[in-house]
Design a protein. Structure first.
Length: 209
């Protein structure tokens, strides 16, 4: 089994636990508000990549119920929960490495902590695909964990389930955004408490086409 497949299966098994832990987490709400305030168009079309149980979509719709949200995730159990949590949005099981199959254009693309589970090569492809999928002045939201790429590897939870986790350098990702002609890159830094006194830095980039 390759690292992607094992990671996908882990997320499918942990869907309910992920929902319990993150559905009502307010740590990133300022960044979600920035999305809502930056997209002026009524009934704007939003693509959410790696939507999980729909926690981000739920918050966005609480502020902007006019948003037309389509969410994708590789884990079928995540999609099932997302549909329950967001009855006005649409969802589908889809691998984000196949974004080039999507033909619709969007006013915003939200990619919350998908990059930590994508290799640098696949992340570069994702950023390029996102640019092609955005309307003029469309917004891209990317979040990731700052760290030494050499520390990337399998992480194991308390039940023994493994997922392959990639750390990213924010300057490297900034270069990728600029290479793909994204502009007006805004950066948010969030300190996330993993456990006890252990923290990791979460970075959010919001850029425009």
């Amino acid at each position: 089994m390759d690292r992607y497949q094992e990671t996908f299966e882990t997320w499918n098994k942990l869907a309910a636990q992920y929902q319990d832990k993150f559905m009502d987490l307010d740590l990133y709400n300022d960044t979600y508000d920035f999305i809502c305030n930056s997209i002026a168009r009524d009934h704007a079309k939003i693509l959410e990549i790696a939507c999980g149980p729909g926690n981000i979509a739920k918050y966005l719709l609480s502020v902007r119920p006019d948003f037309d949200i389509f969410g994708i995730d590789i884990a079928a159990n995540m999609i099932e929960l997302a549909r329950i949590n967001n009855p006005t949005a649409s969802f589908a099981v889809m691998d984000c490495r196949q974004l080039d199959k999507i033909t619709v254009k969007y006013d915003g693309i939200v990619c919350g902590f998908c990059l930590p589970y994508l290799s640098p090569i696949d992340s570069q492809k994702l950023i390029a695909n996102c640019y092609q999928l955005l309307n003029a002045d469309g917004l891209l939201y990317l979040s990731f964990v700052e760290g030494d790429q050499g520390q990337s590897g399998f992480q194991v939870d308390s039940s023994g389930k493994r997922s392959y986790f990639y750390f990213y350098n924010q300057e490297d990702l900034r270069v990728q955004l600029q290479k793909n002609h994204f502009e007006n890159i805004k950066v948010f830094n969030v300190e996330y408490a993993k456990s006890g006194n252990e923290f990791e830095t979460h970075i959010i980039f919001i850029a425009h086409k």
